[in-house]
Write a protein that binds this ligand. Structure first.
Ligand code: ARG
Length: 457
């Protein structure tokens, strides 16, 4: 029997070929689930004993055996044999070696289908918590840097063209908000994946008198899943993590992109911390923003994992198919990528040097207070906004043709375009007053931003 397969050898005459083992075995990567697998088995054994399906003697042996295996794995003494296929069978086989017959009773009233589902759910829940904790670190740093830069004026862009003056603190606070929503998404995902699939068995439930509420509670879930077929069929919780991770990675990528652009010489708004840049092998002057570029690029891996699993799942009939084993490498890669990115981004934002002088210089061009001029015409001269927009456009054209900033255009030139313009228009044409004027809720005015930053969310 053992020559074929010690778990199901009874029905087989031949062992799997080498090639079959290569395509079939998940042990090389799902060994990463060992802690979740043992935790799930311990809870299951405790439940079986509580229900009188195992004797307390048998349970004790199983618990001790599993604890020993956990230690063997953690000490690097465990023999991961590929022919055992996956982590579930590797642990069970070792348990039998260690404790004999009682080991074979652990698999009563469960199957690998609910076992892998619960292992994965436990793993993904931990990754949600990890992402939340790291996002909180990143937000703490963003908030600190935003508070330091409430009055640091820079151009705000649309189409990457100078639009209106904003503060660098306001800019950072925008990302603070985005990452705040990412946290909520991961927390919500954690909550949605709050039902325990263990005990669903192969797909239809089990004839044993089990107590799935007890198992669920032992493993920190709110309740057991309500349909055994659903429990072993879906991987929507993995997809949900990957969706949250994809959105978060997209946010990280935009911030990374702006670090690349803002740290380039023509902008010079920020300097990347030197420990996160690298030099060129030929151009001695270079200090390239590699960390930011890689954060921008790694987004593709996370989207890739989401696309992989969506594609794996889309045509599968209920319940389990081996296709679902392909969820693992995609998930693990996305988790590792996201964790690394969040740590690097936190360090980069913390170490950024802010070049307020260059930010200010960039506001000299691009007529950033043109909207303020139009607003002045609306408020002070009672001109409809559309017309005010047109008048301002004409004045901007004059300024551009004469190489002037808006505040340098002589009053009589402005009056040629619109006779109602008076001397006090100049008060709104400098960038500070433009910034201070935007004090609507959520606006860039320093007082507004200070209030938003002082709120605990
Ligand atoms: N290694 C498998 C996986 O990751 C475990 C479940 C196997 N179940 C089965 N019926 N073959 O999906």
């Amino acid at each position: 029997m053992s020559k074929v397969n010690q778990m199901w050898g009874g029905r087989f005459d031949l062992p799997p070929s080498e090639l079959m083992q290569e395509i079939n075995a998940s042990l090389p990567y799902d060994r990463r689930l060992y802690a979740q697998d043992i935790r799930g088995s311990k809870a299951h054994a405790a439940m079986l004993a509580k229900q009188g399906i195992l004797t307390s003697e048998e349970e004790k042996k199983i618990q001790e055996g599993l604890s020993l295996i956990l230690k063997e794995i953690e000490d690097g003494r465990f023999d991961f044999r590929r022919e055992l296929e996956d982590i579930h069978m590797a642990v069970e086989a070792r348990l039998k070696e260690l404790i004999g017959d009682a080991g074979g009773k652990l698999h009563t009233a469960r199957s690998r289908n609910d076992q892998v589902a619960v292992d994965m759910k436990l793993f993904v829940r931990e990754e949600c918590e990890k992402a939340v904790a790291l996002l909180k670190d990143l937000r703490r740093v963003l908030k600190k840097r935003a508070q330091e830069n409430v009055e640091t004026i820079m151009p705000g862009f649309t189409h990457l063209q100078v639009a209106q003056p904003i503060s660098f603190g306001f800019y950072l606070h925008a990302y603070y908000e985005m990452f705040g929503r990412d946290i909520k998404r991961f927390e919500n995902a954690f909550d949605v994946m709050g039902e325990c699939p263990l005990g669903a068995a192969a797909l239809a439930g089990t004839p044993y008198d089990t107590n799935r509420f007890f198992t669920a509670e032992q493993l920190g879930f709110k309740a057991p899943t309500k349909n055994a077929l659903d429990s072993v069929s879906d991987r929507d919780f993995v997809l949900e993590y990957l969706s949250c991770a994809s959105i978060c990675a997209m946010h990280l990528s935009r911030l990374a992109e702006e670090m690349v652009v803002f740290s380039s010489q023509p902008f010079g708004f920020v300097k990347m911390p030197q420990e996160y840049t690298s030099g060129s092998s030929i151009m001695p002057q270079k200090c390239n923003p590699d960390a930011a570029e890689l954060m921008r690029a790694k987004t593709g891996r996370i989207y890739g994992s989401l696309t992989t699993l969506l594609t794996v799942m889309k045509g599968l009939p209920l319940a389990y198919s081996k296709d679902m084993q392909e969820d693992k490498e995609a998930l693990f890669d996305a988790c590792d990528t996201l964790v690394l990115e969040l740590k690097v981004m936190t360090a980069v934002v913390e170490g950024l040097t802010v070049r307020a002088d260059n930010m200010r210089k960039a506001l000299e061009n691009g007529f950033p207070t043109a909207t303020d001029l139009a607003d002045w015409l609306v408020k002070k001269a009672n001109i409809p906004f559309r017309e005010a927009h047109h008048i301002t456009g004409t004045i901007v054209k004059f300024a551009e043709q004469n190489g002037l900033r808006l505040m340098d255009v002589p009053l009589k030139e402005m009056q040629k375009v619109c006779p109602q313009i008076t001397q006090d228009v100049y008060a709104v044409l400098n960038v500070e007053s433009s910034l201070n004027a935007r004090k609507s809720y959520g606006g860039t005015a320093p007082d507004q931003l200070r209030q938003r930053l002082s709120e605990e969310v």
